[in-house]
Design a protein around this ligand. Structure first.
Ligand SMILES: Nc1ncnc2c1ncn2[C@@H]1O[C@H](COP(=O)(O)OP(=O)(O)O)[C@@H](O)[C@H]1O
Ligand SMILES: [Mg+2]
Length: 339
């Protein structure tokens, strides 16, 4: 039996479609996968979709390259299953033609002629129509008993710079095709994307560039009427020094540190001794750390000004494998439940 919907994800209730964007390299793929596992831990059946054709999800879960079909890639301890799908624009176009024009074998003939390649590579807007359309189809899909097939769909989405255009492409289509099946399909997609069922999360690091991109991205999404979910602050490093130590770390404490090292048994504090030779690199490291903490504070202040709910995920020392994903998923659950 599946658990009732958790009230803790997305903005204003349960988001059935969670779109994960952010500056490249900030951890979109990782966070999308961890979110899916967190939901699965609640007993929810979740579909992870990839739209950039990089097979990042397969790599992350140590699975073979994903075919164009939904495939179970993990079962969480709560019993919830995680499926994954790498959406391929070409196959999605064949689905689309099939849906509207019943072009079964004719579609395959078009493919042979290269028409499909042409359509999906030459018209980037069309690509996005197909990718978002397929994701929304999975969100809306119901089984024979009328229940949603997936409780949640999590999208590993394009980066912040392209996300608004990507999600909004069907608005343009609905405007171009003013009636008929394509108009209806485009409208149905936008209805899902602009509803409270959807939340667009932005992943960031505590660094100036990704934080700025996050702020700009949120403005753009809101301007387009798309629902912003959370800011996910990823790869947060622990702070080793307390307040007092941080204040003094940048100052010159050569002699004092040398003495302390000497007292700790690391040779005499005299010039040229072991303790003295250790002083420089240690002080440099402390100063660097203090400087970074200062920068991070400034970025935290900018993020706080955005006034959005956040998740915060630690930097995992050994990189991210499946065990690491479960660790991040646990963090996500902890932070949601605490609210
Ligand atoms: N919390 C984390 N701790 C440690 N490494 C991380 C963390 N999140 C992401 N990474 C690593 O950072 C790199 C980029 O992450 P990825 O999810 O592929 O980013 P994106 O999809 O935004 O390009 C990957 O090598 C990933 O393993
Ligand atoms: Mg990625």
């Amino acid at each position: 039996m599946r658990a009732p919907g958790p009230e803790w994800l997305g903005s204003g209730g349960v988001s059935r479609l969670q779109v994960v964007s952010g500056k490249g390299g900030t951890g979109k793929t990782t966070v999308a996968a961890a979110l899916a596992l967190a939901l699965a831990r609640e007993g929810r059946r979740t579909l992870l979709v990839e739209v950039e054709g990089r097979q990042g999800l397969a790599q992350l879960f140590g699975a073979e390259a994903l075919p164009y079909e939904e495939r179970k890639i993990a079962v969480a301890p709560g019993g919830g299953e995680v499926f994954a799908l790498a959406i391929d624009a070409e196959r999605a176009l064949l689905d689309y033609l099939q849906m509207f024009y019943k072009l079964g074998s004719a579609g395959r003939a078009l493919k042979k002629l290269g028409a499909i390649d042409f359509a999906t590579t030459i018209a980037p807007g069309l690509r996005d129509v197909l990718l978002t359309g397929k994701a929304c189809e999975a969100v809306r899909r119901k089984d024979k008993a009328g229940r949603y097939v997936y409780d949640h769909v999590i999208m590993d989405a394009p980066p912040t710079g392209r996300i608004t255009r990507f999600l909004n492409v069907n608005d343009e289509v609905a405007g171009l095709a003013r009636f008929g099946p394509i108009h209806h399909q485009a409208q149905a997609v936008m209805k899902v994307l602009k509803s409270p069922e959807t939340a667009v999360h932005l992943v960031t690091l505590l660094e100036e560039m990704p934080v700025q991109e996050t702020a700009d991205g949120i403005e753009e999404l809101r301007g387009a009427g798309l629902p912003v979910g959370r800011v996910v602050v990823n790869m947060v490093r622990p702070h080793h020094l307390d307040e007092d130590t941080l204040r003094t770390a940048a100052e010159d404490h050569r002699a004092g540190v040398a003495k302390a090292l000497s007292r700790a048994g690391l040779g005499g504090a005299r010039r040229g001794g072991v303790a003295e030779r250790l002083v420089e690199p240690l002080l440099a490291q402390a100063a660097e750390h203090a400087g970074r903490v200062e920068l991070e504070r400034a970025q935290r202040a900018v993020l706080a000004g955005l006034d959005l709910p956040t998740y915060e995920l630690p930097l995992l020392g050994a990189g991210v494998d499946v065990a690491g994903l479960y660790e991040l998923a646990k963090e996500l659950r902890k932070q949601s439940v605490a609210e």
